[in-house]
Write a protein that binds this ligand. Structure first.
Ligand code: MN
Ligand code: MN
Length: 456
């Protein structure tokens, strides 16, 4: 039986833990999309003395040891150059900052019987029935033909309206309730109710026109501008303490912003690294790490190539050596044991809430398919590092064999020939609108990632 991390804390540790938890809740509240997470990360990095790579490349700022670089506002890498040459490899913590949600379609707005809706296409793996009858909010950007970008964020302030997806009243749901859970609410039923009041003086589609009128007034956008928009619909409301004992946090987007935030705090605490340390926060993990801002993009290796060139040490071979000599923690969440659904977990090989940071040798499904499967030698060295640093940690797999599975970015980084292991925070009801983590596990992850970044 794993021991609760809380048992080992004195007053000082609890204080540190609560400080981190409070900072994390702010990060979540201001970071409900990958773009918002990058914006915040840039602010935190610059405050800690990091400089934008572009400013160095353009000669505006001199080369220095703390550098960050972003791509398309949706992915970011922080580097803190160490004593040893890049060729000898880096210590990398890498998380993803996209989370499951509903995205607006390119022609979202329609009216039906005096009700206006936004049509959506869900993003990532969700149980669709969980996304109805909840207050939801829109975050994102609309880019107009002239290139100007309008930021949209509505539904988070107390006096702002929310939107939502309706569900059939239980009184008439006999047939619906006989359906399989995957079909109870179908993808095309995830449309958002956004209006019910006609625009004065209009006859046809007057409710839709009223919505367009409001959008024009508030944001100066037209219906066609949704064609070049990225509007993400997410649960409205703030991250909150959970449990009468306030031991947990309930919030949208723990997967994987909890590991992103822990990695970020850890790298910002590193003072003078031996090896170069890196915190990489990527987009698109929830849809297969595709696209220019996903882990399968060349963004990361291009950034490392730029760094090598700047430090006067670039060649294709040296870049490859740097990547293959690097070590990574693929910092992504894992499932936490849920006693209500005990049948889905192997009790000896699952993560328990509040029992610390969790290392996963492999992910994948059906016979480890798609897994990275970390090396025994690497895990042994990490066991040593974590125990020396007094980090409370556990090992796990997602659930029982053949019950399902999941992936992370670890197998993609492993293609460089580097050592990679999945190492994160346990989460309850992962991918639900509101997920739960333990403050203790967040605290241990920050400690663990710091120990990793500064290991010899
Ligand atoms: Mn994840
Ligand atoms: Mn996920």
């Amino acid at each position: 039986m794993q021991k609760s991390a809380w048992m080992s804390y004195g007053e000082k540790q609890v204080q540190q833990l609560e400080t981190i938890a409070a900072q994390y809740k702010v990060f979540l509240n201001d970071g409900k999309t990958e773009r918002e997470c990058v914006t915040q990360t840039v602010q935190m990095a610059e405050k800690a003395g990091y400089v934008d790579l572009q400013e160095i490349l353009s000669g505006k700022k001199p080369l220095q040891d703390k550098i960050y670089t972003t791509l398309m506002g949706k992915t970011i890498a922080l580097f803190h150059l160490g004593e040893t040459s890049l060729e000898q490899g880096m210590q990398i913590v890498a998380a993803h900052i996209d989370s499951p949600r509903l995205d607006l379609k390119q022609h979202p707005l329609y009216e039906e019987r005096g009700m206006a809706y936004f049509d959506t296409h869900y993003y990532g793996g969700i149980k669709k029935y969980q996304w109805v009858t909840l207050p939801l909010t829109m975050h994102g950007v609309v880019v107009k033909k002239d290139g100007t970008s309008v930021e949209i964020k509505i539904g988070e302030q107390k006096d702002e309206p929310v939107i939502g997806v309706t569900d059939l009243l239980v009184h008439l749901a006999g047939e619906q309730l006989d359906k399989k859970a995957a079909k109870v609410v179908e993808g095309e039923a995830l449309d958002l109710l956004v209006g019910n009041r006609p625009l004065a003086g209009e006859e046809k589609e007057a409710v839709k026109k009223q919505v367009l009128h409001l959008l024009k007034e508030r944001y100066d956008i037209e219906e066609d501008d949704f064609i070049s928009a990225e509007i993400e619909v997410v649960p409205a409301g703030k991250a909150r303490d959970c449990g009468l004992d306030r031991s947990m946090i309930m919030a949208y987007g723990h997967d994987d912003r909890v590991c992103a935030f822990a990695g970020l705090l850890a790298i910002l605490q590193v003072e003078r690294p031996q090896k170069t340390v890196c915190c990489l926060l990527v987009d698109k993990e929830e849809i297969g790490s595709v696209g220019a801002t996903g882990m399968k993009s060349r963004f990361f290796e291009n950034a490392v190539a730029e760094l090598m060139e700047l430090t006067g040490n670039y060649s294709e071979l040296k870049l490859r050596r740097c990547l293959s000599n690097s070590k990574m923690l693929s910092t992504d969440v894992s499932s936490a044991f849920d006693p209500t659904y005990a049948h889905a977990f192997d009790k000896n090989n699952v993560a328990y809430l509040s029992c610390g940071m969790v290392m996963k040798k492999f992910t994948g499904s059906r016979g480890k398919s798609g897994a990275n499967d970390a090396n025994a030698e690497y895990i042994a060295s990490l066991r040593n590092v974590m125990d020396e640093a007094g980090v409370i940690w556990q090992t796990a797999e997602l659930g029982k064999v053949d019950y399902g599975g999941g992936g992370t970015i670890s197998y993609i980084a492993a293609r460089y020939g580097m050592e990679v292991i999945d190492c994160g925070v346990p989460v309850l009801n992962m991918h639900a609108p509101w997920e739960i983590i333990s403050k203790a596990d967040l605290y241990e992850a920050v400690k663990g990632y710091h120990a990793f970044l500064t290991m010899e």
